[in-house]
Structure formats: structure tokens, C-alpha cells
Design a protein around this ligand. Structure first.
Ligand SMILES: *Cc1c(COP(=O)(O)O)cnc(C)c1O
Length: 405
């Protein structure tokens, strides 16, 4: 299938190019001493991760440890209530640990094992990536250092406890604002010293090449399963596919299964409290081109051109940029990006809980909210939503901030 001059039959062979570019986005903008480490990972990925042995082991792990394939569920009562297109969800909330993040963490940690590394290093903000990486490390018997800002450690006590129970070292970062950015800087600095024995594991389709490609490929199982399951259930493709976009990994996983099919694709960013800079994290909607965290993409900037402070009710979505492939697909017009605010998110959260018996992650509720709007507009047809995670992690926050509605 061709779109805007791009042949999607061969898309995954051509994008990213060998330097990690999706058009002008992506690349590898990091200090010279780390470039060798990235090249080593890229080379290992090209060879080891494409070997029959690696692929067979990852498939076995997905089935026997993660509980894949996760199902697709038809939301009969929600669809009836909304009135319009029929809504379905891909249940990544039922993946082990309750979200999609484990898909790429298991892939990255398995690669670490094959490369003979003893340790994985990562940073975490809300703690979701840290917990997924700690889980993968425990499974493979790897050491795990998670860098986390002191402020985030205070706020995310349950996830800190989870990581420690899983045997990870949680390393407190006390520089600057003591949140995700400083944690990422500290993790990268540690990696520069330890790269012979360690591998850095990123939490989304972001960072320097080869991470946006690797994480996409490890997540693409979501879209592949979902397409086959949907066709088996209904005999046809969905008319539309929807996923929320923070860094963009669950979305890229889902979209990978549909880019080459005649399906409308929607990526949903958090509008938070409104359109003012600082009140949202909708980078693809309101941002401009720039380089941060080792890659070129669309980002929200402050007056100095640095990454701007962002906000969303969903801590997994409050990132001032998005993966380079999303910027590319946006410019091509193959994926449409739109926004959902906090209030719409909360309504969708309750609707899914009350009408379907599924408590979704607040991140995923953005995608559900958009599907509800879109279903009304479409009137007929079908929408498949990636339900990236379950909402258990959000209970305390929802009760404290909004009370029970
Ligand atoms: C982390 C997270 C996200 C956002 O990350 P992406 O890389 O954009 O997918 C979305 N949903 C859940 C449940 C998460 O934990």
C-alpha cells in the first residue's frame, strides 16, 4: 500500500535507515564515547536478535511467562452506550505486570543476556519502566540499576517497593528538580562508565538509534496479534485503530500491525488542563523540531529552546517529545494525531470500569476517550483501541485527586 509516495509494503525494511533516521527525524546525537556502545547494541540487534534461536526463545517467553497472546475484547455495553461504531480493545492490561512495557523490556534484557552483559541500567519517572525492567532482570538473573529522582521516589513509593522486591537497585538522584530528566542524565553517565558490562534499556520508542527501532520491533507483537485476532473475530479489518502516545511505544507496537493496511490510524496525546505551554504534553500537536535525549523529533520547548515542563493527569504520558517515527508518520499524514484532556480521560476511565468491568490505566483511558468520540462521529464500522495497561497503579491517585464518582 502506498501513501504520500511511501511504499508501506517495504516500510519496515527502509525505516529507519542504517543511521537510524525516519526521514529527518531520529538519529544518534550523543557524546562520542557512547557512540561505540550504541553501535555495539545496533550490531548485536542486527545479528543476534534476528537469529532463529533468539526469536524462538523470545516467543517461548512471551507465551509461558508473559501470558501472550493477550486477548481482544469487544466492548458491547460501552459501544451501545456511545451509539455509533463498535469498539474493541487489545488487552495489554492482561500482559504480565499489567502493561505493554514488559514487551520491550523482555526483548532488551534477552539481548543483554545474549551479548554477555551482566547488568541493565535504566531510569524511571513514575516507576512503570523501572518495574518492567526489574521484572525482566529478575527473570534473566541480570543485575539492575534503576536511576530515579528523589522527588519521584517520594511520590511513587509502591513502585519503588516493587522494584526492590524484584531485586533491583534503586539509585536516588538528587540533582536539579530531582525528577525524570536528572534521572536520565545520571543513568546515561553511569552507562558511559559501565558499558562494557552493562546495557542501557530505554522505556519507549525514544532515545538514540537503535532504540526507537528496537523498541518498536519488540512492541510490534501487539499489532500483529491484534490484527489477526480482530480478523478472526469479525472476518474483516477494523476501520480505525487508536492508541495513546507518550514516548509512543504502545502506539508504535499497535500501528506496526496496520500501517500497510487500509485502516485509519490515530495517535492520542494528553491535552491535560488546556492548550497553554506547561498545561499539556501534546508535543506532536504544539511542538517544533528539536534535539533532546539523543534524537531529533518534535518537542515542546521553553523560551531557551530547552525541553519545556509538561503536564498530564497520566504520569506515563507527560514527556515533552515523542518518538521520531511518530513525527515522521505525522508529517506523512499516515497517522492522524489528536488530543484528549484530563476530564474526558476521567469520564472514559469510569465508563470502561462501570460498563465493562475493566479498570484501565489513565494513560490508556486517553485512547478509550478518543474512541468514544470517534465512534459517535463514524456512526458505523469498528474501532480497535490499544488498552496499554490496567489502572491498579492509579487507584490511590484517582481517589485522592478526584474522589470516587
Ligand atoms: C508508560 C505507559 C504509557 C506511555 O508510554 P508509550 O511509550 O507512549 O506507550 C502508556 N500506557 C501505559 C499503561 C504506560 O505504562
Amino acid at each position: 500500500m502506498k501513501h504520500n509516495g511511501i511504499e508501506f509494503d517495504t516500510y519496515f525494511k527502509n525505516y529507519p535507515d542504517k543511521n537510524g533516521f525516519f526521514g529527518k527525524y531520529g538519529g544518534c546525537y550523543i557524546p562520542e564515547e557512547l557512540k561505540r556502545a550504541m553501535e555495539e547494541i545496533a550490531e548485536a540487534y542486527r545479528t543476534i536478535a534476528k537469529s532463529g534461536k533468539f526469536i524462538a526463545e523470545l516467543r517461548r517467553i512471551r507465551k509461558e511467562f508473559q501470558g501472550r497472546p493477550t486477548p481482544v475484547s469487544y466492548l458491547e455495553r460501552l459501544s451501545a452506550k456511545v451509539g455509533g461504531a463498535q469498539i474493541y480493545v487489545k488487552r495489554e492490561d492482561l500482559n504480565h505486570t499489567g502493561a505493554h512495557k514488559l514487551n520491550h523490556c523482555m526483548g532488551e534484557a534477552l539481548l543483554a543476556k545474549y551479548m554477555g552483559k551482566k547488568k541493565v541500567i535504566g531510569e524511571t519517572g513514575a516507576g512503570q519502566h523501572g518495574v518492567a525492567l526489574a521484572t525482566a532482570s529478575a527473570y534473566f538473573g541480570l543485575e539492575c540499576d534503576i536511576y530515579m529522582g528523589a522527588v519521584d521516589i517520594q511520590k511513587q513509593a509502591p513502585n519503588v517497593a516493587r522494584m526492590k522486591i524484584l531485586g533491583a537497585n534503586v539509585i536516588e538522584v538528587t540533582e536539579g528538580l530531582q525528577t525524570l530528566k536528572e534521572a536520565a542524565d545520571a543513568a546515561f553517565a553511569a552507562y558511559a562508565k559501565e558499558y562494557k558490562d552493562a546495557i542501557y534499556c530505554i522505556g519507549s520508542v525514544i532515545g538514540p538509534h537503535p532504540f526507537p527501532m528496537m523498541v518498536r520491533d519488540f512492541q510490534s507483537i501487539v499489532g500483529m496479534e491484534a490484527r489477526e485476532q480482530f480478523v478472526e473475530m469479525t472476518g474483516e479489518l477494523p476501520d480505525a485503530v487508536v492508541a495513546c502516545v507518550g514516548g509512543g511505544s504502545n502506539a508504535m507496537g499497535m500501528f506496526s500491525g496496520f500501517l500497510n493496511y487500509p485502516v485509519d490510524i490515530y495517535g492520542i496525546e494528553p491535552l491535560g488542563r488546556g492548550t497553554k505551554l506547561g498545561d499539556h504534553a501534546a508535543s506532536l500537536q504544539y511542538g517544533s523540531e528539536g534535539i533532546m535525549h539523543g534524537f531529533n523529533s518534535i518537542m515542546l520547548k521553553d523560551e531557551n529552546g530547552d525541553p519545556a515542563p509538561v503536564y498530564s493527569v497520566a504520569s506515563g504520558l507527560d514527556y515533552p517529545s515523542s518518538g521520531p517515527e511518530h513525527a515522521f508518520l505525522r508529517d506523512l499524514g499516515r497517522v492522524k494525531y489528536d488530543v484528549i484532556d484530563d476530564e474526558e480521560t476521567l469520564e472514559a476511565f469510569y465508563a470502561l470500569a462501570r460498563l465493562e468491568g475493566i479498570i484501565p490505566a489513565i494513560e490508556s483511558s486517553h485512547a478509550v476517550a478518543y474512541a468514544m468520540k470517534l465512534a459517535k462521529e463514524m456512526k458505523t464500522g469498528s474501532i480497535l483501541v490499544n488498552l496499554s495497561g490496567r489502572g491498579d497503579k492509579d487507584m490511590d491517585f484517582i481517589i485522592e485527586k478526584y474522589g470516587i464518582r
